[in-house]
Design a protein around this ligand. Structure first.
Ligand SMILES: [Zn+2]
Length: 484
């Protein structure tokens, strides 16, 4: 099926291609893969593979092999014009590795290994915390499992998730979530959970120094106890419970825990649990998937709002569930989010039409926040959206919208350039030349495809609005990078 010989597959799985990427680019590629943004790679000819990577735009990636080694890669993103080995190519190579490894294991009759990520993290953590860490027996692990399941009231996932959601929404520290769940802030964070916890801990330390002094007393009682070290476990205590499940080969426990991780996910890297749950669920996959959808819907009804959840997005996308994608977008509340999920929603023509009505209203409104900033990245973003609408709703729809937008802002050159696939060029507006690309994509930011839109909601700080009366043609530093 893959048109690759066993020897070529073995050679490929050696992973020589890691060396082709700058480490930070490879890492970003891995985050894309974890977030489920890579369509299944397909061999389209002898030694030629193709895959689509979804960012803010869909990027087409081709990888050419020779005897199992990567000889070249091509991607349709702007960064790849200058350096072939972009993060999208990295993401596709990781997806190919996983695909070929699974296929080879199946052929050889090897069961996928039982997970041991949490055990690894806990072992590492425990070694740092205790002077000695002897091997724990099965009974020890059963005790750990019993204690933590009791504390978390497992197996009542619903109760736990509800408490967690209510706790976050009505939380004691509203500042913590300010700006994160505003309806239009629809891009998931690319920070890992651990990074977020550390950041929250850092902010707390700055705010409340008295907290430190009480913990200092604790350090006297418990030698070597550090205040933030539990944060080194991705889900703190739950990672210890996860390690217990791993050790005891308790698939049912892991299914419950992974389902919970998916329900509470807020960052891209956490979407990896969809893949993990699928692997550990086996025959129970459909049951687990439906339970996650049911619980998310139920909690939304109780709390009245839902945060962005990249893991849930991955689930409805990979399972091709237009109705659930539509409900999710409506509940989370951003028309912009619907653009990201449009390919899934488009499978149901009626839901697509309803979504398009909202999008038309937003895109045709010259006062919409999406046009408040007139710079390269903002223009490109609109261009990405129109291309997505083209893919999902057809060329005519995309062209009509693009013409309308170009008509609203005739003096925004960058916007026109971003829409030029749909709106005929006129001589008055010069083409965007190659140098301009350098301004906004240097390959190591996410500016080209999944950057956040900045909304100025603090009243006083509105940027000067371009009302197309005068266009200042030499704005220095325009279209700069999206690094925070
Ligand atoms: Zn690329």
């Amino acid at each position: 099926m893959t048109m690759m010989s066993d020897a070529d597959i073995d050679e490929f799985l050696q992973g020589h291609h890691y060396g082709l990427f700058k480490p930070h680019i490879y890492e970003r590629g891995h985050a894309y893969y974890d977030a489920g943004r890579v369509g299944e790679p397909e061999p389209i000819a002898q030694d030629l593979w193709h895959a689509v990577v979804r960012g803010g735009d869909d990027y087409q990636v081709d990888v050419r092999l020779h005897r199992g080694r990567v000889v070249s890669a091509a991607c349709s993103c702007p960064y790849a014009r200058r350096a072939a080995y972009c993060k999208h190519a990295a993401a596709v190579l990781i997806a190919m590795t996983e695909l070929l490894r699974r296929q080879r294991d199946r052929e050889r009759g090897i069961d996928p290994a039982f997970p041991n990520d949490a055990s690894f993290a806990v072992r590492w953590y425990a070694r740092n915390q205790f002077s000695s860490f002897p091997r724990l027996s099965d009974d020890d692990w059963r005790a750990v499992k019993h204690i933590l399941e009791t504390l978390y009231e497992f197996p009542d996932l619903e109760k736990l998730f509800r408490r967690m959601t209510l706790g976050l929404l009505g939380g004691s520290d509203p500042d913590e979530h300010h700006g994160r769940w505003t309806p239009l802030n629809t891009e998931p964070s690319t920070m890992t959970l651990t990074q977020q916890l550390n950041e929250a801990a850092r902010r707390k330390r700055h705010k409340r120094r008295d907290c430190d002094s009480s913990l200092a007393n604790m350090r006297l009682l418990v030698p070597g106890f550090g205040t933030t070290q539990l944060n080194e476990l991705p889900h703190t205590w739950m990672t210890i419970l996860e390690a217990a499940y791993e050790h005891l080969h308790d698939a049912e426990g892991l299914r419950r825990l992974y389902s919970y991780y998916i329900l509470i996910a807020q960052t891209d890297p956490e979407a990896v649990y969809v893949e993990r749950l699928r692997a550990v669920s086996g025959d129970h996959w459909a049951e687990d998937r439906d339970e996650i959808i049911r619980l998310r819907g139920k909690c939304h009804r109780i709390c009245g709002m839902s945060p962005i959840n990249p893991a849930f997005e991955r689930l409805v996308r990979e399972e091709r569930l237009p109705k659930d994608a539509f409900d999710y977008c409506r509940q989370v509340g951003g028309a912009i989010l619907s653009i990201r999920m449009l390919d899934v929603i488009a499978q149901d023509p009626e839901l697509l039409e309803q979504t398009m009505q909202r999008l038309r209203t937003m895109l045709r409104d010259p006062d919409s926040d999406i046009y408040s900033v007139n710079d390269g990245p903002s223009a490109e973003r609109v261009g990405h959206w129109i291309r997505r609408i083209d893919t999902a709703a057809g060329y005519e729809e995309a062209r009509a919208l693009a013409e309308h937008i170009a008509g609203m802002f005739p003096r925004r050159e960058k916007l026109r350039a971003a829409l030029e696939d749909y709106v005929p060029k006129t001589d008055t507006f010069p083409e965007l030349d190659d140098d301009d690309w350098d301004d906004w994509d240097d390959g190591d930011d996410d500016g080209c495809d999944d950057s956040e839109i900045i909304f100025y909601d603090d009243g006083g700080a509105l940027p000067p609005r371009d009302d197309d009366v005068e266009y200042d043609s030499d704005e220095p530093g325009e279209g700069s990078d999206d690094d925070e």
